[in-house]
Ligand binder design. Structure first.
Ligand code: ZN
Length: 180
């Protein structure tokens, strides 16, 4: 009886490991496809990148930002879905970095993703954002950062709408909005 139970446990653990492995493999492939898609989007010529970086100490950022903004933008946090200021914002205008004020996204590229986070199919300029591979939570995702001050903005996925097929899934807490 004990032997049977051990066997069942081994099979169950094996099956779970396989499921986790498949999930990780799939997210890695998807992350690679996302990066490839971003690179295909006619990158700007060298020199188009922002001239100077904004560098501040953790203490300076903490003073400038609300606790939620600091947690998300400087500590790579994620706001809870449907709680941010902009997921349901339909006004026309420009979204800027909450930390350094750089223009990041235009409302023209915002779309209804149904995720509860503001979602865009492209940044305002390719050089406005930087991307990095993020392997936390057992998933491989592509992190999106402000290219000027390295604020964490969110992640980008390859299941977005035309014309790019990209979904920049952003945190409202990392953005400010300027109405046109
Ligand atoms: Zn910034």
């Amino acid at each position: 009886m004990n032997g049977v139970m051990i066997l069942v446990a081994i099979v169950a653990i094996g099956a779970m490991a396989a499921v986790v492995w498949l999930g990780v493999a799939r997210s890695s492939a998807s992350a690679a496809a996302t990066v490839e898609r971003i690179q295909r989007l006619a990158p700007e010529p060298p020199g188009a990148a922002p001239a100077e970086k904004v560098v501040k100490s953790e203490e300076e950022w903490r003073k400038q930002l609300t606790p939620e903004q600091f947690r998300v933008a400087r500590q790579k946090g994620t706001e809870r879905a449907f709680t941010g200021e902009y997921w349901d914002n339909h006004e026309r205008g420009v979204y800027r970095c909450v930390c350094c004020g750089q223009e990041l996204f235009d409302s023209e590229t915002k779309f209804e993703s149904g995720t509860g986070w503001p979602s865009f199919w492209a940044p305002i300029r390719p050089s406005a954002v930087a991307t990095e591979m993020d392997s936390t939570l057992g998933l491989t995702r592509v992190e999106v950062l402000c290219s000027r001050c390295d604020a964490h903005l969110g992640h980008v996925f390859d299941d977005g709408p035309n014309p790019t097929g990209l979904r920049y899934c952003m945190n409202s807490a990392s953005l400010t909005f300027e109405k046109r």
